[in-house]
Design a protein around this ligand. Structure first.
Ligand code: ATR
Length: 272
């Protein structure tokens, strides 16, 4: 089941070959001198729970969970942090006192940390989110708690509506109607859809974009996304979010927050 039986931390997903988490956590371990063995585990789609049980019975102390298992991980936990309970999605597990499994979601706080680092976000900003899938469920609570107004545009309206109903008690959140006659400018646009090509049905009219609008793509890939590419100068992919969600997981496990800038810049450089 596992390549090396002695590691204490791991990322579970399917597929997992692309994962940069072992590299990031190896870097954090060296930098902080915390002993932290970390592997990636490719889990067959119907064996997630049995893999986790075996891992935590053996040497497992903590895990990161990636697609498509975040909702299953949420159901697996004995206890949840507030942000994981609200997101109904878990990307970090911790074995506490050898007794129970705590579930956390560090995706949203990871995104917020990177937006602050980039100077892309301020309290009271108006944010347009493209997409209404699992990734959005993880980021809404931190963005709303920060004091921003959120608008959601999604190909399938009913998926966006469900999120608006569920999250409206935490702040200002609405559906964005791109055909509305009311013209508004967003401070920040976040792409949280899994498709980012020219045919993405969420591409909106550039009249919603001003010279100050920032664009953040939660995907991380080599090429810049075509969304508004010739209009928005302040743009970023999701490498920083990836590093910060890992840093917040590391903090949950070891109570030490690692330095993040060096590894963000190094991963960005290596993508070019
Ligand atoms: P994730 O966990 O990455 O969010 P997901 O839950 O499958 O994955 O959600 C994918 C998101 O990308 C959804 O918002 C989806 O829109 P629908 O709710 O309409 O399915 C969006 N998406 C996927 N392909 C798209 C495309 N070609 N154009 C626009 N949106 C797309």
């Amino acid at each position: 089941m596992f390549k090396n039986q002695n590691f204490n931390y791991a990322v579970f997903g399917n597929p997992i070959n692309h994962s940069k988490s072992p590299e990031i956590h190896g870097f954090f371990s060296n930098q902080t001198n915390v002993f932290h063995t970390y592997e990636s585990v490719n889990v067959p789609l119907d064996e997630f729970v049995s893999f986790l049980l075996k891992f935590f019975k053996k040497h497992g102390k903590g895990a990161n969970i990636t697609a498509p298992f975040k909702q299953e991980a949420y159901l697996f936990c004995d206890k949840l942090t507030e942000r994981a309970r609200i997101a109904q999605s878990v990307n970090t597990l911790k074995k506490v006192n050898n007794k129970y499994i705590l579930g956390d979601n560090t995706d949203g706080i990871g995104l917020l940390s990177d937006l602050i680092r980039l100077n892309f976000i301020k309290k009271n900003n108006s944010i347009l989110i493209l997409g209404a899938g699992g990734a959005v469920r993880g980021i809404l609570f931190p963005l709303l708690s920060f004091g921003c107004s959120v608008f959601i545009l999604n190909r399938t309206l009913s998926n966006a509506e469900k999120l608006v109903v569920q999250f409206s008690k935490y702040g200002k959140i609405n559906i964005f109607d791109k055909n509305s006659s009311e013209k508004k400018h967003f401070d920040l646009i976040i792409n949280a859809t899994s498709k980012y090509d020219k045919n993405n049905e969420n591409n909106i009219d550039v009249s919603f974009v001003s010279s100050k609008t920032c664009f953040y793509d939660m995907n991380y890939h080599k090429y810049d996304t075509p969304f508004f590419s010739s209009y928005i100068k302040k743009r970023s992919n999701g490498i920083g979010m990836l590093v910060f969600q890992a840093a917040h997981s590391f903090f949950l496990w070891h109570n030490i927050f690692p330095e993040t800038n060096y590894i963000i810049n190094s991963l960005k450089r290596n993508m070019k």
